[in-house]
Every structure is written in structure tokens, then in C-alpha cells.
Design a protein around this ligand. Structure first.
Ligand SMILES: Cc1cc2nc3c(=O)[nH]c(=O)nc-3n(C[C@H](O)[C@H](O)[C@H](O)COP(=O)(O)O)c2cc1C
Length: 223
């Protein structure tokens, strides 16, 4: 008889680690996509990506058009009624970890990001997250709030984080126009901070993927 944790060739798992870079803000003129592109560029140079062991994809909340939470049943029960919820759930279910790119709005995260998190439960569980915050104070207070939320949806958040200052890490594309889009020019220490965060995130995402697979195996084998 097979032991609960014995693997056969047929059981071989997909070993690729998939990380979503989630853009948390949705307003016109937002800085989020610029920050997400930078994260994806630096992540693309990581040895795990170069070696074909990990992949990073941008997930933009704007593409999902999620209304303010309109599900009648709490996400904990997984009884999703609306097509927009199922599409969002299918997307998040496909990832092993997350880089949340979040600005600070009134000392917290944007409502759009909290709303998107609130829509789901199981799809977040036993996965890992790292943070890239930005704002007047580097988005630090927003990320502290986000860490509290992570615990409730069973996401393990890594210690290292990036804190981009809207004063020193961005420049206007046109200095004569105060409304001109901002260009990201992160200081050299920011890239180092991002690399450290990505290292931690990839290790935790891999370990938690193994945990999820072994837990699923144990549920699948009859006692
Ligand atoms: C509604 C709102 C509230 C904000 N509150 C804060 C804040 O409390 N602390 C802070 O550091 N920056 C704050 N900011 C500045 C934003 O962090 C900054 O403008 C950032 O670029 C906004 O992100 P976005 O461009 O992706 O929307 C606020 C911006 C907005 C729009």
C-alpha cells in the first residue's frame, strides 16, 4: 500500500513558481503600472526566472472591474455567484505568491485593493506575499495595514519590503507641468531592497506550494 506522502511518476507536480505583481490602485493617472513594470523588470533578472523555475506576471485590478463587494455569501464559504468574482478567483488561484504594489491612501491601502482581497478567501490561503509601497512616506503605513489583512486571509508576508518615496524616487516627465505623469527613478538602494524581498518571497512561495500539495495529497488518499 502507498504511504500518504509517497510520490509516483504520475503524481509529479508543476514545479514552476508563479508570482502575481498586483497593482493596487485604479485611478486615472496612477503610478502603480510604472512601479509594477519596474518590479517585473528586476524580477526578470532573478536567477529563478532565468533558470525557468519562476515567472512573474502583472495583475492589474483595473482589468477586472470589480464593483464594491457584491457577493451575498462571505468568501470563506467559496460560494461565488458573480462572473466577475469567478474570473478574479480563477486568476488568483493560479498563483503561488504575490507582490502587492500599493500606494498609501489616508495612511492605509486603496479601497480598490482591500475590496479585491475581500472578494476571495481560499485562493489566497497558504501563499506568500511581499510588498512594494509608495507614497509621501514610502507607503510604509499602508503596508503595515496590509500586513494585518494578510494574516486573516492566511497569506504569509515576508519581512523585506520596498518603500518608494514620491519625492525622491519619481520625477515628472515634464518638469514644467505639475500634472505630467511621473517617471520612476528609484535610488540604487531600492533595487537592492526589491531583490532581497524577491529572494524571501520566492523561498516562501516554494515552501508553501509544497505544503499545499502535501495537504491536498493527504486529503486525496483514503484513510
Ligand atoms: C486619496 C489619497 C490619499 C492619500 N493619502 C496619503 C497618505 O496618507 N500618505 C501618503 O504618504 N501619501 C498619500 N497620498 C499620496 C499617494 O500615496 C500618491 O499620490 C500615490 O502616487 C498614489 O498612488 P497612485 O498614483 O497609484 O494612485 C494620497 C493620495 C490619494 C489619492
Amino acid at each position: 500500500m502507498r504511504s500518504r506522502l509517497t510520490k509516483t511518476a504520475g503524481d509529479r507536480k508543476d514545479t514552476m513558481i508563479k508570482i502575481a505583481i498586483v497593482i493596487g490602485s485604479v485611478r486615472p493617472g496612477r503610478r502603480g503600472p510604472t512601479v509594477a513594470r519596474w518590479v517585473q523588470e528586476i524580477a526578470g533578472k532573478h536567477a529563478a526566472v532565468a533558470g525557468g523555475e519562476a515567472v512573474f506576471e502583472v495583475v492589474d485590478l483595473l482589468d477586472f472591474g470589480l464593483p464594491i463587494l457584491d457577493e451575498p455569501v462571505p468568501a470563506l464559504f467559496g460560494d461565488y455567484r458573480n462572473p466577475h468574482t469567478r474570473r478574479w478567483a480563477d486568476t488568483i488561484a493560479g498563483f503561488d505568491g504575490f507582490v502587492f504594489v500599493t500606494p498609501e491612501y489616508n495612511h492605509s491601502i486603496p479601497a480598490s485593493l482591500k475590496n479585491a482581497i475581500d472578494y476571495l478567501f481560499a485562493e489566497w490561503n497558504d501563499k506568500a506575499a511581499g510588498f512594494v509601497g509608495y507614497g509621501v512616506a514610502g507607503g510604509a503605513r499602508a503596508v503595515e495595514h496590509l500586513r494585518l489583512v494578510m494574516g486573516e486571509v492566511k497569506i504569509a508576508d515576508v519581512r523585506s519590503q520596498v518603500t518608494l518615496s514620491v519625492f525622491t524616487d519619481f520625477e515628472p516627465s515634464d518638469p514644467t507641468d505639475p500634472g505630467a505623469p511621473r517617471v520612476l527613478r528609484p535610488g540604487p538602494h531600492q533595487e537592492q531592497a526589491l531583490k532581497e524581498m524577491l529572494d524571501e518571497l520566492l523561498v516562501w512561495s516554494r515552501v508553501l506550494k509544497t505544503l499545499r500539495e502535501e495537504t491536498a495529497d493527504q486529503r486525496a488518499v483514503p484513510a
